[in-house]
Design a protein around this ligand. Structure first.
Ligand code: NAD
Length: 484
């Protein structure tokens, strides 16, 4: 494949290889073909990455915010110029259709670089006047070396959503992509160097969970930002707590999407499609529990299945295709297992439900109706194209049921009743909520979950607080009064 990274790791401004590491085969999900062989980081590679980041960080933090921001904004421009090549790489890495990667991956990564690049020059502390002329000023300081650990669904975006605010604040980052999709983050590192970032400010090392764990426990690391599942989040959070490190946890979900009978059905169906089948359903904030008010249930299902009949599944490189394969054979089998459970537990299969008879890891978009709250498919995160439609009668009932989950990543409501929309959103136990739309995540808005779905927020000005800390300086303008 053209444009492919030339080695496994990117450290101190250059590609680095160590073939002693466990092999990581990169598989193109549309064909099952091995397109690259990388190697997991050995202890020597981890050491090199952390040493280089530690060495580079102080000088980077000492530059002005405007200078740091200029590098990030240049990197954003380069990413946009190379959007097509980066999107092709992302499609090879993930199997997501080029139609999607062209508009949602390098572009959203570039948005983050541009946004945080723009903020970098305005990051300040504050002045706090006190009695008698005394005052306090605060200094916003970088945390130091930050570790980013990514999931496989949005490799470029995750590398930038973590890297951009970290670098804007003057930190260095060591980023470990998911072992399933290791390629794109290397390109982000390459582009940052090309944009003028000092060597070592953004290093990428490959590896499985053990490499992530080694990074998290290293005493040189001040902060860990993870995007992954709740079980991994629990382990990483606990390991970070040992060293009293800062954390951001972007974890899984089982989000509710409520459709009231006064909603615009066409829009609600669009929201449910976007919230379940984009990226073949491999989106953390998906609204996979679609609660539809009884009176419109059949009308909703009819329109949904009519619209799903038009999905174009196939070669992700064909820009007319809008539904690609699952990221891996393992993930496809997990999802097939859930589909079987849905059938066995009595849900009504109204669309899809099968693997496609072709090479690659393709599943049909799948819809179950008559799903009840106790069914496995309504309780567990599936992370694939499986929508559960549940009926409800009253607002109070649906709110209690929507919140009856350990997760709290996202939630959405479709209704034309203005006061109900805001009342429902106020009642949601979720970090990211939608009224009459679903799954948009602009960089200007905070993104993240409550309950088991996460700690902290990515994007927006809030991310700055998660990648910096305040030093308080008390200044006395008076004599010091001591009791004796
Ligand atoms: P995962 O939890 O299996 O892996 C995530 C990352 O953690 C990988 O890079 C993995 O190598 C690493 N890892 C595993 N064990 C580790 C350990 N002990 N210490 C350090 N690192 C370790 O998740 P996945 O299967 O790659 O991704 C899917 C999950 O990610 C889903 O649950 C999904 O909801 C979630 N996700 C959340 C968001 C969000 O923003 N909230 C976004 C995308 C995906």
């Amino acid at each position: 494949m053209k444009f492919q990274p030339t080695a496994s790791h990117f450290i101190d401004g250059a590609y680095v290889e160590d073939t002693a590491g466990t092999p990581i085969d990169v598989i193109y999900p549309a064909t099952g073909e091995v397109i690259a062989r990388l190697h997991s980081a050995t202890p020597q590679i981890i050491e090199q990455a952390l040493t280089s980041a530690k060495r580079a960080q102080k000088a980077w933090a000492a530059m002005t915010g405007t200078e740091r921001g200029r590098v990030l904004r240049r990197a954003a421009d380069i990413m946009r110029e190379r959007n097509r090549e980066l999107s092709i790489l992302e499609t090879h890495d993930t199997g997501k259709p080029l139609q999607e990667t062209l508009v949602a991956d390098a572009t959203s990564g570039a948005d983050a670089l541009e946004y945080f690049g723009g903020l970098a020059g305005s990051l300040t502390g504050e002045h706090i006047p006190l009695g008698g002329g005394d005052f306090v000023y605060t200094i916003r300081e970088a945390l130091g070396v930050c570790v980013g650990i990514g999931a496989w669904n949005y490799p470029t975006q995750i590398a930038c959503w973590k890297g951009a605010p970290a670098l804007a604040c003057g930190n260095a980052m060591v980023f470990k992509p998911s072992e399933t999709t290791p390629l794109s983050a290397l390109k982000v590192a390459e582009i940052l160097i090309e944009a003028g970032a000092p060597k070592g400010i953004y290093n990428v090392v490959q590896g499985y969970g053990d490499v992530g764990a080694a990074l998290v426990t290293d005493p040189r690391v001040a902060k860990v930002s993870l995007t992954g599942s709740v079980p991994t989040g629990r382990k990483v959070y606990a390991a970070a707590a040992e060293g009293m490190k800062h954390v951001t946890m972007e974890l899984g979900g089982k989000s509710p999407l409520i459709v009231f009978d006064d909603a615009d059905i066409e829009n609600a169906v669009s929201g449910a499609i976007l919230g379940n089948f984009y990226s073949s359903g491999q989106v953390c904030s998906n609204g996979t529990r679609v609660f539809v008010q009884k009176g419109i249930k059949e009308a909703f299902l009819t329109r949904l299945t009519e619209r799903l009949a038009k999905v174009k599944i196939g070669d992700p490189m064909d820009e007319a295709v809008n539904f690609g394969p699952m990221v891996s054979e393992a993930q496809m089998n997990i999802v097939l297992g859930y589909i079987e459970k849905g059938k066995a537990e009595g849900a009504r299969l109204v669309h899809g439900g099968a693997r496609l008879d072709r090479e690659g890891f393709y599943l049909e978009p799948t819809v179950f109706a008559d799903v009840t709250d106790d069914m496995t498919i309504a309780r567990e995160e599936i992370f694939g194209p499986v929508m559960s439609v549940l009926d409800f009668e009253t607002e109070d009932e649906v709110m209690a049921r929507a919140n009856a989950t350990e997760f709290g990543l996202a939630a959405g409501v479709f209704t034309n009743d203005l006061t109900r929309a805001h009342r429902v959103v106020a009642g949601f136990e979720a970090g990211t909520c939608y009224i009459n739309t679903y799954n948009l995540a602009p960089v200007e808005a905070p993104f993240g979950g409550s309950k088991m779905s996460g700690v902290g927020r990515e994007n927006s000005k809030l991310a700055i607080n998660h990648f910096s800390e305040m030093k308080t300086v008390y200044v006395s303008m008076n004599d010091v009064e001591a009791p004796y």
